[in-house]
Each structure stands twice: as C-alpha cells, then as structure tokens.
Design a protein around this ligand. Sequence first.
Ligand code: HEM
Length: 217
Amino acid sequence: MSWKNNLRDYAIVAVISLLIFSILSLYIFERRGYYNLYIMNKVLAGTSLILLCIVLLIGPLCGFSNRFTPWLTFRKELGMILFFLALFHSVVSLFFLPDKFPLLYFLNEGLVSFVFGLSSIILLAFIAIISNDFFMNKLGAQRWWFIQRWGARISFILIFLHLTIMKYKGWIKFFEEGGGKDLARPYLLPASFIAFVISVILIIVRIIDIIRNARKK
Ligand code: HEM
C-alpha cells in the first residue's frame, strides 16, 4: 500500500476516533456537569474499547454482507490508534490521578482489575510492535495473522474483565438507588455501562458468527 493510501486510511480512522471521543466527552460532561483529566481518562478508555469492538466486529459483518469488506483494511489503523489511547489511559490512571487512584489502590482493592488492564496493554503493545511488513515477513504471513487475530481477541477479553470487575458494584448501585447526588444528571447511565453493553453486543455477534461458520462446515 502506498504511503498516500496509508495516510488517507489513518485520516479516516482519526476522524472516526475523534467523533467517538467527542460524543463520549459530551455525554460524560452532561452527566457529571464538569470536564477535567479524570473525565478525559474515562473518555480515552471508553473510546479505545469501542474502537476495539469495531475492529472485532468488521470480520463477522463481512460474513453477513460484502458491503463491509472495504473496512477490513482499516483494522491496522484502528488497532494503532486504540493502542495509543489505551496507553494514554493506563499512564494517566497510574500516575496522573493520585487523588482518585493512589498507587496503593492498584495493589489492594483494585489489584485484580489492574492485573487484567496491565496484561491487556502489554499484549496490545506487542501486537502494535509487530504490525508492520518487517515482522510479517520475519514471522510468515500465516503465523503473523494468527497472532494478530488471537492477540486482539484475548486483549478484548482482558479489557472486558478489567472493566466489569472494576465497575459492576457501581452499576448494581446505580440500578438499585440511581446515580449519586454529585451528578448533574443522575438519571443518565454510567458511560462505563454503555461500553459494557457495546462489548456484550460484540460478544453476541461473534457467538452467532461462530455458530454460522460451524453450520457451513
Ligand atoms: C495498566 C493498565 C491500566 C490501568 C492502570 C487502568 C486503570 C483504570 C482505572 C483506574 C479505571 C477507572 C476510571 C474511573 O472510574 O474514572 C479504569 C477504567 C477503565 N479502563 Fe482501564 N486501566 C488500564 C488498562 C486499560 C486498557 C488497556 C483498556 C483498554 C481499552 C482499559 C479500559 C478501561 C475502560 C473502558 C474503563 C471504564 C471507563 C469509565 O469509567 O467509563 N483500561 N481503568
């Protein structure tokens, strides 16, 4: 692929990412009534997870309709952008919000969720590093694709666990008692729950895809 096409694909994916980032930012701003690094960190995490869901949806969607085939080429660019957003989120969470998340939090009550988040960012970094022709030639196309496919799937599962383990108690509280009094619009769903619902939709689509493929054989 020429560098011009490459640049065009990155520009398209950057616009999509910016759109998701802006919608999530607006939503959380409406819900909370303010915007700062703490909120932006949630937006980084949510945008990254939604982009990963898009990456993993493209394959099954191509099985349903040929219309989605051109999207296959965007998966690399989506992967690179979502990795940098996730990395930004990991660094901000660990080092730049000590009032909200002191380092000891990650070693105590947040430990299990932290281990899943950390494993997933390490795996995403590995996939990003080998996402080029040099490593594709070195590993061979078949092995390279295998690592890319399973790397993305396992990263998703790790992030899903990171998110759910960290947030499920808050979601139960929200549905039992409503949002906290500190929120500007407490009736709005937590953004993390919306990311969770999108992830569950992805899981359902992928299960349907597995069943369809098994029936074809
Ligand atoms: C060392 C790695 C990581 C650390 C320390 C970390 C830390 C955190 C923390 C502290 C939160 C709670 C944020 C809040 O309630 O305001 C969070 C939420 C979240 N994290 Fe991570 N994380 C890591 C990796 C990742 C990765 C790789 C992803 C991939 C997308 C991710 C996705 C999410 C999502 C979707 C949320 C929910 C955001 C929300 O509240 O709306 N995290 N993480």
